[in-house]
Design a protein around this ligand. Structure first.
Ligand SMILES: [Cu+2]
Length: 375
């Protein structure tokens, strides 16, 4: 919402056409100037920071310096000011021009530290999905986090029942009780057993916000490996199948999407936090997708981590953002955000390609024993 205001302000300042990018699909528009539309809450915060804090400050500083320059040039040139004053110090002005920049830097630094922290620290937590059989009332959630991240209070758990049409967030005490907090296994006991076939979703972790929501716990990890010149992606939570992704040649795509579109896109479910780990095979690359405001180096021999949660379905493009060699500008990134069922169907199709059996057809049976962890 703040960002919409920001967009309006910027549009008012810079004239029509600037926000031509603000269409539903985050595709690059020729002649566009503004940011690609944000597709995550964090990206909206980043855009707000840029549009409403950085841009106004930079604009005011540029205008002020320009005005001062012009004033000096016209008022104090040798014609209009033939006899110059000879003083060399002014304590007040030196305090002002040291103090004001410090305040400006603080105003920039404090909100940016908060954003950097949010981007850097993946909300810890996990999600266990179990199918009700109509009789079982007790469901086990493995609390095997490190000590500092363990589920210790009822507010660290979120319990949802999904009947296929809608998800219902249950209330602690009114709908279920919890035992084993702070121990290896937390047992969620329903007052009435969930109906047969209903999905029981238990989310836990220490990323709960002030309202007790644990909506940020990642439900999957995407492993990104950069190489000269493309990316491989693997899905360790779904059988660790892996595929490589390369730019489509010019004659296989549109002029707008040339150098952005790839043969095999990343596919992720909408509305779920995705943990992204990056590394590289040869030289340093960087994994960047503007719509999610993520950009992180992929360094050989080490693993970096970031995360994103897409709010809307669609295809979102990024590029390698670390100059990595002659074909650096030919290793784009394409992320396809789809619904949960479409994602599961895609996972099974990839598993079939890798010679693995389908995961989500068998899930019902496998998860029938309480507490199976589908993180
Ligand atoms: Cu690269």
């Amino acid at each position: 919402m703040q960002n919409t205001f920001g967009k309006k302000m910027i549009a008012a300042l810079s004239g029509a056409g600037v926000w031509a990018l603000s269409t539903a699909q985050a595709q690059i528009t020729p002649g566009g100037v503004g940011m690609q539309p944000a597709n995550s809450a964090l990206a909206e915060e980043v855009h707000f920071f840029h549009n409403m804090i950085l841009m106004p400050i930079i604009t005011v500083i540029c205008v002020l310096v320009l005005v001062l320059l012009l004033w000096i040039v016209f008022r104090y040139n040798s014609k209009t000011n033939p006899v110059p004053r000879k003083f060399s110090h002014n304590t007040l002005i030196e305090i002002v021009w040291t103090g004001v920049p410090i305040l400006i830097l603080l105003a920039i630094a404090l909100p940016s530290f908060e954003l950097l922290y949010k981007e850097d620290v993946t909300p810890d937590g996990k999600q266990a999905v179990t199918r009700g059989d109509g009789q079982t009332a007790d469901f086990v959630f493995l609390n095997d986090f490190t000590d500092s991240r363990m589920v210790r209070r009822p507010g660290h758990l979120q319990v949802i029942v999904d009947n296929g049409n809608e998800q219902r967030l249950l209330k602690h005490r009114a709908d279920y009780k919890i035992s084993g907090l702070g121990e290896e296994e937390v047992v969620v006991s329903f007052d009435a057993p969930p109906a047969a076939g209903d999905s029981v979703i238990i989310r836990g972790g220490r990323s709960s916000d002030q309202y007790g929501n644990i909506n940020l716990a990642p439900t999957m990890t995407l492993k990104v490996n950069g190489y000269q010149w493309g990316w491989t992606y693997s899905y360790p939570d779904f059988g660790d199948f892996e595929y490589s992704s390369n730019m489509l040649p010019e004659d296989q795509t549109t002029p707008e999407l040339y150098r952005l579109e790839v043969d095999n896109r990343i596919v992720v479910p909408v509305g779920e936090a995705i943990r992204v780990t990056t590394t590289a095979r040869d030289v340093i690359h960087a994994f960047a997708v503007p719509a999610f405001a993520i950009k992180i180096d992929a360094v050989p021999g080490r693993i970096n981590e970031t995360w994103f949660k897409a709010d809307r379905e669609g295809v979102y493009y990024g590029q390698c953002s670390e100059i990595c060699g002659i074909r650096h500008s030919f290793m784009p990134i394409a992320v396809e955000v789809v619904s949960r069922p479409a994602f599961e169907a895609w996972v099974d199709s990839q598993r079939a390609l890798a010679g693995l059996s389908p995961m989500f057809e068998t899930e019902t049976i496998k998860l029938a024993d309480a507490g199976a962890n589908a993180q």
